[in-house]
Design a protein around this ligand. Structure first.
Ligand SMILES: Cc1cc2nc3c(=O)[nH]c(=O)nc-3n(C[C@H](O)[C@H](O)[C@H](O)COP(=O)(O)O)c2cc1C
Length: 148
């Protein structure tokens, strides 16, 4: 069973709601799960085997402000995260066609650049066509959890 931290990037709560639902689901399968909206340091990551990023997009393709310092830190410092496995759930809206899910995509790229190993494909949830992001995430997580 894995020790998972769910990292939330949110402005208006949708990503937090998804994270809370997935915490219950993953704990139900015996994993140890914590949820945080803090921008963790690499020392924090060292105490977890797996990070599940759950991040929306705001402004014009921008990362939510609560998680922005983490991304800047990863991009600048390139800490070694090769011991970490991660998954990405990106929340966005296809109405913003030029910047769809850029928040989650930027986090994905930042973790990959630090050597973390991605599990499965990134889930991109479109608020325009999916009024229930937690249901889509729950379905995705069942397959994703099989990769842990
Ligand atoms: C002001 C504003 C700007 C947004 N900009 C984008 C964007 O550039 N790209 C995108 O894919 N979604 C964009 N969205 C959609 C949000 O990412 C989407 O509604 C998401 O579910 C919000 O999640 P949150 O409540 O966790 O922040 C924007 C939403 C708002 C309200």
């Amino acid at each position: 069973m894995a020790d998972i931290v769910i990292l939330v990037g949110t402005e208006s709560g949708n990503a937090q709601m998804v994270a809370d639902v997935l915490k219950d689901e993953l704990e139900g399968h015996g994993h140890a799960v914590s949820v945080t909206d803090r921008a963790l340091s690499e020392a924090d990551f060292a105490s977890h085997e797996v990070a599940l990023i759950c991040c929306s997009t705001h402004g014009n393709g921008d990362i939510p402000s609560n998680i922005l310092p983490l991304v800047e830190h990863l991009e600048r410092g390139k800490p070694d995260l090769s011991a970490l496995r991660y998954g990405v759930i990106a929340l966005g809206d296809q109405t913003y066609s030029e910047t769809f899910c850029f928040g989650g995509k930027k986090l994905d790229a930042a973790f990959a650049a630090c050597g973390a190993r991605k599990l499965g494909e990134r889930l991109e949830i479109d608020a325009c066509t999916q009024p229930l992001p937690d249901e889509e995430a729950l379905q995705w997580s069942r397959e994703w959890a099989g990769l842990l």
